[in-house]
Design a protein around this ligand. Structure first.
Ligand SMILES: Nc1ncnc2c1ncn2[C@@H]1O[C@H](COP(=O)(O)OP(=O)(O)OP(=O)(O)O)[C@@H](O)[C@H]1O
Ligand SMILES: [Mg+2]
Length: 248
């Protein structure tokens, strides 16, 4: 990270529970985390530890119970639902663990949606959508529908949709889980360009140790808590044999 980079998101003492009475489950137990522009921040931890819950709160799709959440200087916890939706549409790109593509729309139409929501014309939106689909290697799948393409291709459509409106904060839940090595590399190069070249913030939940070397920071999480945050000097990355999560 360049010194003085802007904070994209700041989380302080955030907590979240699900359910009522005896079934109540505390899923986030006082989370502190900074997500900075210019960085690729990775969030790692075992299944069920609260990663998706945390990034959903940062993205404004789920409300926290307690704590502070500031995104680009705006207090998300004080915004109304309508304000949060408008803020998210403008500033945040989100890639869901399960992609959430619209089955009746083609790839180009799916990727155009965030621009159409902002009032961009169909022609302009689809032109831009085709550019981003080409960047993720899907130039020959523009008019296919999600059911007609592979899981890895669907994942890349979801990534294109999260980038198309040039949000300043991109949040991805397992963005390379369905991708082979080659396409995982293409996607990570794109995230590096977006983070380091364009000073935007990329927050990635991942189990994929093939991509850890792209991170500037790795936050490890367990049982609703952040255990450690490691800053990584990308100019002097650790040797190959140390690039595994066991090191963290
Ligand atoms: N809507 C919900 N209602 C009740 N419990 C929930 C809800 N969403 C998540 N949980 C529970 O909260 C815990 C954390 O879930 P979360 O999806 O955040 O985990 P995760 O770290 O993303 O796991 P994974 O790596 O498997 O995706 C889990 O025990 C899950 O069962
Ligand atoms: Mg998850």
């Amino acid at each position: 990270m360049a010194n003085g980079s802007q904070l994209a998101a700041q989380v302080k003492n955030l907590s979240k529970s699900f359910g009522d009475g005896e079934a109540r489950l505390k899923v986030l137990k006082g989370i502190d985390l900074d997500v900075r522009c210019g960085d690729i921040t990775m969030l790692v931890g075992p299944s069920g530890c609260g990663k998706t819950t945390l990034i959903s709160i940062i993205a404004g799709t789920l409300a926290a119970d307690e704590g502070e959440l500031t995104v680009f200087g705006h207090n998300l916890r004080q915004m109304s639902a309508a304000q949060t939706t408008a803020f998210r549409a403008r500033h945040i790109g989100f890639i869901f663990q399960a992609f959430h593509l619209i089955p009746t729309l083609t790839c180009v139409e799916n990727v155009s949606v965030p621009l159409l929501i902002q009032g961009v014309s169909v022609g302009k939106a689809e032109k831009r959508a085709r550019e981003v689909l080409a960047q993720v290697g899907l130039e020959d799948r523009m008019r296919h529908r999600p059911a007609q393409i592979s899981g890895g291709q669907q994942q890349r459509v979801a990534i294109a949709r999260a980038l198309v409106h040039e949000p300043r904060l991109i949040i991805c839940d397992e963005p390379t889980a369905a991708l082979d090595a080659k396409n995982g590399h293409v996607v990570m190069e794109l995230f590096e360009h977006v983070a380091r070249g364009q000073e935007r913030a990329v927050l990635i939940v991942t189990h994929d140790n093939r991509i850890f070397h792209h991170a500037n920071r790795i936050a490890s999480m367990d049982d609703g808590r952040i255990l450690e945050v490691h800053d990584i000097d990308v100019a002097h990355p650790p040797p190959e044999h140390l690039k595994t999560v066991e090191r963290l």
